[in-house]
Design a protein around this ligand. Sequence first.
Ligand SMILES: NC(=O)c1ccc[n+]([C@@H]2O[C@H](COP(=O)([O-])OP(=O)(O)OC[C@H]3O[C@@H](n4cnc5c(N)ncnc54)[C@H](O)[C@@H]3O)[C@@H](O)[C@H]2O)c1
Length: 460
Amino acid sequence: MGTLQEVTQDDVQVAKEYVSEVYQAVKERNPIENEFHQTVKEIFESLIPVFAKHPHYIDNGILERIVEPERLITFRVPWVDDQGKVKVNRGFRVQFNSAIGPYKGGLRFHPTVNASIIKFLGFEQIFKNSLTGQPIGGGKGGSDFDPKGKSDAEIMRFAQSFMSELYRHIGPDIDVPAGDIGVGAREIGFLFGQYKKIRGVYEAGILTGKGLGYGGSLARTEATGYGAVYFVEEMLKDKGLSFKGSTVVVSGSGNVSIYAIEKATQLGAKVVTCSDSNGYIYDPNGINLDTLKKLKEIERKRISEYVDVHPEAEYYEGTSGVWSIPCDIALPCATQNEIDETAANVLVSNGVKAIGEGANMPSTLEAIDVFLANDILFGPAKAANAGGVAVSALEMAQNSIRLSWAFEEVDAKLHQIMEGIYRNCMKAADDYGYPGNLVVGANIAGFLKVADAMIDQGII
Ligand SMILES: NC(=O)c1ccc[n+]([C@@H]2O[C@H](COP(=O)([O-])OP(=O)(O)OC[C@H]3O[C@@H](n4cnc5c(N)ncnc54)[C@H](O)[C@@H]3O)[C@@H](O)[C@H]2O)c1
């Protein structure tokens, strides 16, 4: 294998043509799957220096293989609502890549879910899971079911119907789903119960994000949000900066957002915003976590009701305005493509120093270009939000040895894993000629391990 100095312009040209050819084929083969195209483009382009330096990946058809899911399952999910009316949703599970371990990735219940969304999330998950250093492959799933406004009984009937099909495709050594948007502890509980009833076995390692009383891991709820903050802390440290005394803008008010707010606040930052799909809160005194948790985790209400408890805070309709609040650090933790080029420019002109992606693909490709062109510290999702799946893998480990570790122990492991991911991404970026570029670093570091395992295992 050559060194960077030996890479010629011809090598780079061959690598570019390879990437472009496979990308065009992906677009033709998967028409109108825009989110999937977006993530494929971002990852493929980062890998050009790898193919220029190591052409054996081209000879082994790695891109053609890695971009085609090993399996995509779609299924009917019929259920009956509280009025006795029959409803039908569509279920998905993409089992994308099992080169380094059983498929692992969350389930999303949201009306926007379709094959493109599930494939973009599943493709990202391959590289993210590889970055954690744990033996987990890439998968993702979900349904276009909208949990908003549904009763607990409706959620249960839907979850039971969903699992009545999914159970035949998963297993502790096959595929281990977890939560994502719209799937939290309540839904995981219903899914677990139905799996256990159908299979007649107690396999704790079949799902992660379980309740603490039946095989869940301490610190799993906090892991994605805490992990994103630990990752950003490393980025800041390298520049002599820290969370202490900084102003932070967070979007979303779900699982990732709440615990990103909690950890950033513990580290001495003032978090002044949070949002939901209707609008956002600006609280100049710092978001009150007790109120937020009560509203979102217990009462499941809209974020607008925050101002009833804190009249000094302001509520604004619409989601994009959150990026107009001046801040030192922005943590997008809601959903994909929530920061576009315009929002990125506003953040930059207001003096943002660092972005940490808690959500998956929250920045458009154009927004990422704005951040990189302006030398803003940028922690891409597959690295910054890998803490959730990392602790899910720790939950699997605890389940298989039938032990539970203390909160402090899991949190310390999470912290260590996030520091390791940061260092590996920085090193890969450096090795391939893009010092400090964590987008390139994360994609390359995640890719190499999976690609090498695929080559070792032959054409399968
Ligand atoms: N839960 C995890 O462990 C985990 C791990 C890695 C990545 N993620 C990603 O983090 C993001 C959030 O997931 P979550 O688990 O917190 O989900 P969640 O359902 O708990 O919360 C999502 C939040 O985003 C809000 N929201 C939805 N659309 C919005 C919009 N357009 N603008 C502002 N707010 C909006 C919702 O109201 C909700 O408060 C997703 O992109 C998910 O894929 C989650």
